[in-house]
Design a binder for this molecule. Structure first.
Ligand code: NOJ
Length: 738
């Protein structure tokens, strides 16, 4: 009888554990907490503070001489920028063999869009509107980084950016909270997998918490002032999505939010992140952000800065050393409690345990040789780069070009630039490994084709010396490709601009080519929306290629010559003029929406209120029709949901991709709502003549909003549902919530 009972219990246990991963992981989590408890009980105050310290290595990946002694004494928990299997192993050996408690070091690095194999900049990847592609590129980046001894990437950057002047718009997924949330989750899944202790995974960071992209005037590091509503509706969603995807760490933002610097902000760090969202991972400050609390005018001195940051919930201090220097005195004086300190240390150790560092502290040096910059990774980089390209204009089906053209000119300051092709934040990527557009074109066209090159102008100076040569080269050719844009360093961190125009003499260059009468396509490379009205109105074709990465030149040639049909869509609005900024599709209607026939409405005297290219815009070499929008109900309750279907048909002659986009509008509500909000999208591939039905589901999560008391829920009334190929060309239907 007892044996029967026992076997019954065993069966129940086996069934439960196999059915419920949560059960298994919660017991392994319990074991981790016990191991942390036992470590904490043995740690000195200095060793605890040491775990909260992260220091920078050298740009080339070496650790610094002082790190060795600090690690030996247990005074350094983590480094950034130290990488390479041999180098990380060398320092790790000191931690594991020579420090008292043998706590391994956590090696962090900015793996933003690839480690050695460089993918398109994140804004470019976002233009794929393809979460699976981003998951794949993050997985490859993780495989390469972990093989090189990196455990922790400071990515994804999930800041919403509505202001193209801000250079870091290049590092995120653009202006939309829904697209941003989907892509944040995809990147976290790619970096971490289901278990980031795996030898090809790293722990990810959702950054910069929070509202960094709302920097006033688009000037980097600037102040932000936002209502709680805007924070919750616009800036929080990608971070929440990262949490739901089980992101391991967060990084604080440099900016202050409504008067309180993010690195010392109890509302965002403690109330929202820890209490509301139950985040149990580690929060690291941004680079010297703890020190900067003095510049913000919050902290009187170093000790005050440490106390503000640690008490608010910033666990680890990057680069400045105030926790280390003043922590002991702050604990003794009671300004920081032992519980607060222990909790911060616990979170650092938790990530180290979850990464499996206590079991496997070292990188496998053989693996590093075999798994970086492989042909498979390069093929993925090329494919994803081609998927990221957005065909902004294609008058008279000028593109794709024929590979058999007799003579082609490749012109422009970006046409043969390796360093710009890989973008501004390239991990361990090497410019000399990048394929330029000129190389891509040369390897694409027929052996009989003559390819001529002229730089034409510099990217950003006033010399017109190269124009004549460019015109000559254009005249001698049948077709011209002009590659213009920004240098890679003109976007990214500390790269704000007050103008969104093409810098230098590049407009003159395009006008000079235009004046030759030769047919030409403009290839843009840039990290932000640019103001390109003249080109949009006058040039036959425009392909937006962002900074496309290691394989960029091949990928652009794949698209220009029709081996790949472009299917990317803009993840940001392109304004006509910088004066329109911030310009985003999900704006409010206002009491006086723009009306050409009425002066006293919301618009400009000198420029239309509409964008140059709307959010979601992108053409193809084929044509699509989106029809038959149907709702499963025209009425529903506040907790109900309905299904939206539409048909998309390829009515052209080539196979191609369309991104079907679903927007809603809550027509009347107790709080004003945006005129459109993206709530679903699907990138589908269709053969000529093929039709597919796409289906979306709308329920409380998609239809809800925050009421005047900041309670989330669906309000009764009319809703519009809009479906189309971009945010401006939509078919619509309505339904009622009762
Ligand atoms: C500062 C940047 O803001 C952040 O994104 C980055 O991760 C750190 N530096 C570390 O390089």
């Amino acid at each position: 009888m007892r044996t029967a009972k026992l076997s019954c219990l065993i069966i129940i246990f086996v069934v439960l554990t196999s059915l419920s991963p949560a059960l298994v992981s919660s017991s392994s989590q319990d074991r981790i907490e016990q191991r942390i408890n036992s470590l904490l009980a043995r740690m000195t105050l200095e060793e605890k503070l040491g775990q909260l310290q992260q220091l920078d290595g050298e740009a080339n990946g070496n650790f610094r001489p002082e790190h060795v002694e600090m690690v030996r004494k247990g005074l350094l928990g983590s480094t950034l920028n130290v990488r390479g299997a041999a180098r990380t192993n060398e320092l790790q050996r000191v931690a594991v063999n020579e420090s008292r408690l043998k706590i391994p070091i956590l090696f962090g690095f900015d793996v933003i869009h690839g480690y050695r194999t460089v993918f398109p900049i994140p804004l470019g990847e976002a233009a794929t509107w393809d979460p699976a592609a981003l998951e794949r590129s993050a997985a490859i980046a993780a495989r390469e980084a972990r093989a090189a001894g990196v455990h922790w990437t400071f990515a994804p950057m999930v800041d919403i950016a509505r202001d193209a002047r801000w250079g870091r718009i290049a590092e995120g997924s653009g202006e939309d909270p829904y697209l941003g949330a989907m892509l944040a989750a995809a990147r976290v899944r790619g970096f971490q997998g289901s278990d980031y202790s795996a030898p090809d995974k790293v722990v990810a960071t959702a950054k910069h918490w929070v509202a960094y992209g709302a920097a006033e005037a688009g000037r980097d590091y600037n102040t932000t002032d936002l209502s709680e509503r805007t924070l919750r509706e616009v800036y929080f969603p990608p971070f929440k999505a990262a949490i739901d995807a089980k992101v391991g760490t967060f990084m604080t933002a440099f900016n202050d939010i409504n008067g309180v610097p993010a690195t010392a902000n109890p509302f965002v760090l403690s109330d929202v992140l820890r209490s509301e969202w139950k985040f149990d991972g580690l929060v690291v400050s941004d680079y010297t952000a703890v020190m900067e609390l003095m510049n913000h005018g919050l902290a009187r001195d170093e000790a005050d800065a440490a106390s503000y940051a640690l008490n608010a919930g910033t666990d680890m201090e990057m680069v400045s050393r105030f926790y280390n220097k003043h922590g002991a005195a702050l604990i003794r004086s009671g300004k920081i409690s032992t519980t607060t300190l222990n909790e911060a240390v616990r979170r650092v150790l938790r990530i180290k345990f979850r990464l499996g560092l206590f079991e496997k502290p070292y990188a496998d040096e053989a693996r590093e040789t075999n798994s970086i910059f492989t042909p498979e990774h390069l093929a993925a980089a090329r494919e994803i780069a081609a998927r990221s390209m957005v065909l902004l204009k294609n008058q008279g089906d000028f593109l794709p070009l024929s590979k058999g053209v007799k003579a082609i000119a490749v012109i422009g300051p970006l046409a043969d630039s390796q360093k710009d092709m890989i973008g501004s934040w390239t991990g361990d990527g090497k410019a000399e490994e990048a394929v330029t557009l000129l190389t891509g074109v040369k390897s694409k066209v027929s052996p009989q084709t003559t390819v001529r090159y002229a730089k034409g102008s510099e990217l950003n100076d006033n010399s017109t010396a190269g124009l004549d040569e460019a015109v000559r080269v254009a005249r001698e050719s049948d077709v011209v490709i002009v590659a213009v844009g920004e240098s890679a360093e003109m976007s990214g961190e500390a790269a704000s601009r007050s103008s969104l125009d093409l810098p230098g003499q590049q407009m003159q260059l395009i006008k000079a080519i235009h004046a030759t009468g030769k047919p030409y396509a403009v290839v843009l490379m840039n990290g932000r929306p640019l103001t390109i009205s003249w080109i949009a109105e006058n040039s036959p074709a425009i392909l937006e290629t962002w900074f496309a990465g290691t394989q960029g030149g091949h990928a652009i040639a794949d698209v220009l010559f029709g081996d790949v049909n472009p299917g990317g869509k803009l993840p940001v609005t392109f304004p006509r003029s910088v004066g329109q900024v911030p310009l985003y599709y999900n704006h409010k209607n206002t009491g006086r929406p723009p009306d050409l026939n009425n002066k006293y409405t919301s618009k400009y005297l000198d420029v239309p209120w509409t964008p140059q290219f709307p959010f979601g815009h992108g053409l193809s070499y084929t044509k699509f029709k989106i029809t038959n929008l149907k709702l499963s109900a025209v009425q529903m309750g506040r907790t109900g949901s309905l299904t939206v279907t539409a048909e998309v048909q390829n009515v052209g002659k080539r196979s191609g991709d369309e991104v079907v986009q679903l927007y809603i509008r809550d027509v009347t509500s107790s709080v004003t709502r945006p005129v459109k909000e993206l709530k679903g999208f699907q990138r589908v591939t269709l053969q000529p003549g093929e039709t597919k039905r796409v289906e979306f589901s709308l329920g409380p999560e998609q239809l809800g909003s925050y009421d005047r008391s900041m309670r989330f829920g669906v309000e009764p009334g009319e809703f519009k549902v809009m479906v189309g190929p971009d945010s401006a060309n939509l078919v619509q239907a309505t339904f009622q919530v009762r």
